[in-house]
Design a protein. Structure first.
Lengths: 511, 358, 352
């Protein structure tokens, strides 16, 4: 809680633009010592830019930054760090090939007679980790031998090692499970008590309410406002971030559960006993047309693994699947595609888009692959198809010949969707299709899923946001520790039951 | 800020193929002014004769290698073994053709040990095998291309020496000389070889989906696989093709010097070929490729070399000039450099700050 | 010497390299009489000191994630500059040696600057450097220049006798000094650790506030310096300056580093490993010389095969690491996975 009336950090009138885009316009931001201040906003709102201005990656065109008593002009991450501003990024930006101790202390290693004092370094690192973060580990082991959650702690330790006054946490919980989030939050609370000012960027609303004292909302590069968390209801926060679409979302009717009638029909895709030792326990799954099956579970529970196995990216040791009644084995994405399955991967950038190729080429890629090398789609045909789907999915792009890398996350996702819709698939697997996308586009995609389902598609929908899963699914499969533990229908499809299942599992009800 | 991307002029200058043409044009211009008789064309012995013809002829080897190498580089790979493959192919051809002195009627004649077409096929075939080796290492064993092809680069000359048993094999069989030294309809035969290879490659990459696959794989092999492409297969064949091109170049080399020297044949060819590809606009990181650009790139290199000779400058300068060209191209292809120098005149590639979540 | 405490697993590549060297040396000893002698071993150092020195420079470059193709040419250039200054300009060695060292360092500095400021690929920039150095060599003189300078001759012929009777040359001393200096640099200075950091993740190193730009430029400068030093050592050895010296030596340097356990992807490597890599190279050459009948081009094939084997091992090793969990992204469910896997007896629960 703020003990002084004077903020620790004060950014005022910050403006920054790039060719064609005003990333920030006259934004103010204040941070008090001993508080957790959440920075929220959709993609494109300016959060990332503001942080990069604060850490010296960008130079603002207008505005000033005051830290403590003095005005500062951060020129580089190194400089910002020396000023007392430390950042922990979403992708733990450390060096996996160095030890934990080195990662914490590199650049400031203790020296003894002109040489690095390794023993002292190890001691300091372990002491720091234990006293500040309550983590007990061997600091002389390689960073890569620890989990992401621990690595993040190491990143925080590094940030704290220099005397930091401000700690910026940029989406720190995206790769953590519940326990690890709890661990992180208790660390944050301790740091708060020590008088650190903490800037916390997240898109998880619940976490914001759990940990932050104040919230600043940005939208389209402008400041919407700064609010004490306690006095800002969730719905109001969201409407400040995105306006009215969310209301639309809430008013969408919840889908009906899978009925007995469905169970009688022959499933289009029926998996029996797919699994692989060390990867995923054997599971059964049936997808019918006109149906959405949601996969719920924590990070690491095996949802993506299941999706990849069905799509043939990962082999299964056992079992088989049948498509439309015919038994077959799918051993590669190509075979899955031939069987009428499409897949939107979780990691768009690494597994989905072909960045330097145009929107047009990205859209027709799978179709072309299916046609075969020699039945080449002419440029004209490609453009026709691309334009059709750009319109259908409302993809925002100056033209079909834009490199897809220039599009925003939401539009890129739509292009990937288009890639599959062009193929007229029978089954569509969507792995976190709304991740990293603003709520407006989120709603669009969820509506699209329901529409496709009503047109006959069978959809497997993976999402870590339970309310999304609940909103669109006819049936929910719950996974835990690489095992499918339950299938929920009807009145069981609610948050409580799912959480219970994940928490306690259900050893009797495997499958 | 000036957005010069939209105008016609902007589009032309932004096209990757523009700059190679300009550079070549500058070189030709220089020669027009300073080199007497550079553009002279005579007809001698029933064919065209002149410096420009010479350049065309000599650049054929690198052009052919560069065409194959362009595809390899487009998959985000590299093949530094092509020089050694040239040596292997030349050695194979020389070994199989050689030339036995034989009495035919009253006349002494050189006869090939093995029918020439067979020898040619064998040489190119061995080159293909070498490419297959590289392809296997890169596509199946997932070894980094520079590392994988390093092996053949080092060992390849040893293999070539093995074939020739450590000797330099001289070729006496006349018909074989036609490949590198002959003329057809007035133009050097090598030009036709290049034309055929180029036409074939352009057809295969632009009239079929291969070009799209290659570019896609070069940018993102994972996403390509998830879209139903088989990257491993394509990468494998790309290396095979690259080596086959090197094999064809090896035939021309053997034909030109009428011998095969396992140690020196194809020396530094890989460097010239990579330079040609890079000059032509294809990025070393893979993705979009420009076959025409690579051909122009090879022309640029050869013209430079010839210009240097023509000016009476000691030939050793060639290496230094090549170095300067490498540096110049590197700087021009670098965004940071362009920003520094050209500032507001630089074509803006995009309006959004890309990739980063703002 | 106080070595940093590390897991045994990290020393595995180094162990393999040392083992390989022992095996090869042992094989040579069994095949040829006279092979198994201290003097023959010391000759490995005498004959390959210059390769060893430049290989160490190459190691640092590769650890940082780059590569330097100019080292052989810089060596040749150094010999040529030395010879020309000594014989044609009659300068004293006290002047010539610093100038020669400066030449490689300057070229390295320029290349490093280009790589850093223009974000150019090291491969292509050092390729240009290779052309440039070789070209400058030939411009100075097409033919070789013999060195008659008495100081150089004296150094070349000097025999430093060990207590046990064997001898080494001045070059070996220089090499040993370089090794010591390099180990200190790599493990006990911030500069050295920054090199490893850059190789591990350049992006992270920048964000961690490390002086990445400065370090990168220094790495190439140092590689140039060491190549020049190797060139000077070569000058002592060959007593001539010649454009064809050290042809292809960059490949031998890369061989030494790779076989020594340096990962071509960067971030991992040991100076000691490279030293053994150089010794292995020397052993191969020695064996072939001892054999007598095999032509030297067999060396090329063996070298190529060895590089292949090591690279294969490297890629198997690193892909296994990825599969069985060294911090795979996202799955904070590591603990959860562990229970499943341990119960299925796939992994040893102790292994993290």
């Amino acid at each position: 809680m703020q003990t002084t009336t004077r903020p620790l950090l004060s950014m005022s009138g910050i403006s920054k633009s790039f060719p064609g885009v005003n990333a920030l316009t006259g934004v103010n931001f204040r941070l008090f010592a001993g508080e957790v201040h959440a920075l929220m906003g959709e993609n494109g709102a300016g959060k990332s830019t503001l942080i990069k201005v604060l850490t010296g990656v960008y130079r603002p065109e207008k505005g000033e930054i005051v830290l403590g008593e003095a005005q500062i002009w951060p020129e580089s991450p190194q400089h910002a760090q020396s000023l007392g501003i430390s950042t922990v990024y979403q992708e733990v930006n450390l060096c996996p090939n160095l030890t934990v101790a080195e990662n914490i202390l590199i650049g400031r290693e203790p020296m003894h007679r002109g040489a690095i004092d390794w023993k002292e370094m190890k001691n300091r690192a372990e002491t720091l980790m234990f006293e500040k973060l309550n983590v007990d580990l061997d600091a002389s082991r390689l960073l890569s031998s620890y989990s992401i959650a621990i690595q993040q702690m190491v990143a925080i330790a590094r940030a704290l090692y220099g005397s930091s006054r401000i700690l910026i946490l940029d989406e720190p919980t995206s790769s953590l499970d519940e326990t690890e989030v709890d661990q992180l939050f208790s660390v944050i609370k301790r740091l708060k008590q020590e008088g650190l000012g903490i800037l916390f960027v997240t898109h998880f609303l619940d976490q914001t309410y759990r940990i932050s004292d104040r919230i600043t909302v940005l939208r389209n590069g402008e400041l919407v406002g700064e609010f004490p968390t306690a006095t800002l209801p969730k719905l109001e926060l969201i409407s400040k971030m995105i306006g009215k679409e969310y209301v639309e979302l809430e008013s969408m009717p919840r889908t009906s559960s899978r009925t007995d009638a469905t169970d009688q029909r022959v499933p289009y895709l029926h998996i029996e006993g797919y699994g692989r030792r060390g990867y995923l326990a054997p599971f059964n799954l049936s997808l019918h047309d006109h149906e959405v099956i949601g996969l719920a579970g924590l990070l690491g529970s095996g949802r993506t693994e299941m999706a990849k196995m069905i799509f043939g990216i990962e082999r299964s040791d056992t079992g088989q699947c049948s498509i439309d009644g015919r038994k077959m084995r799918i051993g590669s994405p190509k075979e899955a595609i031939d069987a009428g399955i499409g897949f939107c991967p979780e990691d768009r950038k690494a597994e989905g888009i072909i960045e330097e190729l145009t929107v047009r080429e990205n859209i027709i890629l799978a179709l072309q692959a299916q046609n075969g090398t020699f039945r080449f789609l002419s440029r004209k045909k490609q453009s026709k198809i691309a334009d059709e789907y750009i319109q259908l999915l409302n993809i925002s792009t100056p033209s079909a010949d834009q490199p897809i890398g220039n599009l925003s996350g939401g539009n890129q996702q739509k292009v990937i969707l288009a890639r599959w819709l062009v193929m007229n698939p029978k089954v569509l697997i969507l792995d976190e299709p709304t991740r990293g996308i603003d709520v407006g586009a989120k709603a669009e995609i969820q509506k699209l899923i329901l529409k496709l389902c009503s047109e006959g598609l069978a959809i497997l929908f993976v999402s870590s946001e339970l309310d999304e899963v609940l909103r669109v699914s006819n049936l929910i499969a719950v996974l835990r520790d690489r095992v499918k533990i339950r299938e929920l229908t009807g009145t069981d499809m609610n948050e409580q039951v799912i959480l219970q299942a994940i928490a306690h599992g259900d050893e009797n009800a495997r499958q | 800020m000036q957005d010069s991307n939209t105008g016609r002029l902007g589009r032309i200058t932004a096209s990757k193929m523009f700059w190679p043409f300009v550079v070549l044009g500058l070189i030709l211009l220089f020669n027009l002014i300073f080199t007497k008789g550079f553009f002279n064309l005579d007809i001698r012995d029933g064919h065209l004769f002149g410096t420009t013809i010479d350049i065309l002829n000599r650049s054929a080897q690198i052009m052919i290698i560069a065409i194959g190498l362009t595809l390899v580089i487009a998959t985000h790979g590299i093949d530094i073994s092509v020089g050694s493959v040239v040596a292997i192919s030349a050695a194979m051809a020389a070994l199989l053709i050689g030339g036995k002195l034989v009495l035919r009627g009253d006349v002494q004649e050189y006869v090939t040990l093995v029918p020439m077409p067979v020898a040619i096929l064998a040489a190119v075939g061995v080159a293909g095998l070498a490419g297959g080796w590289n392809g296997l290492l890169v596509s199946r064993l997932k070894i980094q291309p520079i590392v994988a092809t390093l092996i053949l680069m080092v060992a390849g000359r040893g293999v070539a020496q093995l074939i020739t048993s450590g000797q330099i094999i001289t070729i006496y069989y006349k018909p074989f000389f036609f490949l590198g030294n002959g003329f057809l309809f007035g133009l050097p035969f090598t030009v036709y070889i290049v034309a055929v290879v180029l036409a074939f490659t352009v057809f295969m990459t632009r009239r079929t989906a291969l070009g799209l696959y290659i570019e896609s794989i070069g940018v993102n092999p994972t996403a390509s696989r998830y879209s139903g492409i088989k990257p491993e297969r394509i990468i494998f064949w790309v290396y095979v093709f690259g080596s086959i091109c090197a094999g064809i170049a090896g035939l021309i080399v053997a034909s030109n010097v009428k011998s095969a020297d396992g140690n020196n044949a194809g020396d530094l060819f890989e460097l010239d070929a990579i330079l040609a590809v890079v000059l032509g606009g294809t990025s070393l990181n893979g993705g979009k490729f420009y076959l025409g650009g690579s051909v122009i790139g090879a022309l640029i290199i050869q013209s430079l070399t010839t210009t240097i000779y023509a000016q009476g400058v000691p030939p050793e300068i060639t290496l230094v000039v090549k170095a300067l060209v490498v540096f110049a191209v590197t700087m021009l292809q670098s965004e940071s450099f362009r920003k520094m120098v050209f500032g507001r005149f630089m074509p803006v590639a995009s309006a959004t700050p890309q990739k980063e979540s703002v | 010497m106080k070595m940093p405490v590390r897991l045994n697993r990290k020393f595995l590549p180094l162990t393999v390299t040392i083992l390989l060297f022992l095996i090869m040396y042992g094989a040579g000893s069994m095949l040829y009489t006279g092979f198994f002698s201290l003097q023959v071993f010391l000759y490995l150092l005498v004959d390959n000191a210059f390769l060893g020195i430049t290989a160490i420079g190459m190691t640092f470059v590769i650890i940082s994630g780059g590569i330097d193709l100019s080292v052989g040419s810089v060596m040749a250039l150094t010999t040529m500059i030395s010879a020309a200054l000594l014989e044609k300009a009659n300068m004293s060695p006290a002047l010539v040696i610093p100038i020669a060292l400066l030449s490689g360092s300057t070229l390295g500095f320029l290349m490093g600057s280009m790589i850093h400021f223009f974000k150019a690929q090291p491969f292509i920039v050092t390729l240009g450097g290779m052309f440039l150095a070789r070209g400058l060599c030939y411009i100075i003189s097409i033919d070789s220049i013999s060195i008659k300078n008495t100081t150089y001759e004296a150094i070349s012929q000097a025999r430093i006798h060990l207590p046990t009777g064997q001898f080494i040359s001045v070059n070996v001393l220089i090499y040993l000094l370089v090794i010591a200096g390099a180990i200190y640099l790599a493990h006990y200075t911030r500069f050295g650790r920054t090199i490893y950091a850059i190789g591990g993740s350049e992006q992270s190193a920048v964000l961690m506030g490390l002086p990445v730009g400065r370090t990168k430029i220094l790495i190439y400068t140092m590689s140039g310096f060491l190549s020049s030093l190797a060139g000077i050592v070569m000058t002592f050895y060959m007593l001539s300056g010649y454009g064809l010296h050290a042809k292809g030596m960059e490949m031998d340097a890369i061989f030494s580093a790779v076989v020594g356990g340096t990962l071509l992807t960067g971030g991992v490597g040991y100076v000691a490993g490279t030293v053994f890599g150089t010794l292995i190279y020397g052993t191969i050459q020695s064996i072939i010389t001892f054999q007598g009948t095999l032509s030297s081009w067999w060396t090329r094939i063996v070298i190529g095969l060895l590089i292949f084997v090591f690279i294969l091992l490297q890629s198997i090793f690193s892909s296994r690491q990825k599969k069985f969990g060294s911090g795979d992204t996202r799955s904070g469910g590591r603990k959860m996975v562990k229970t499943v896997l341990a119960s299925a007896q796939i992994i040893d629960p102790e292994k993290k």
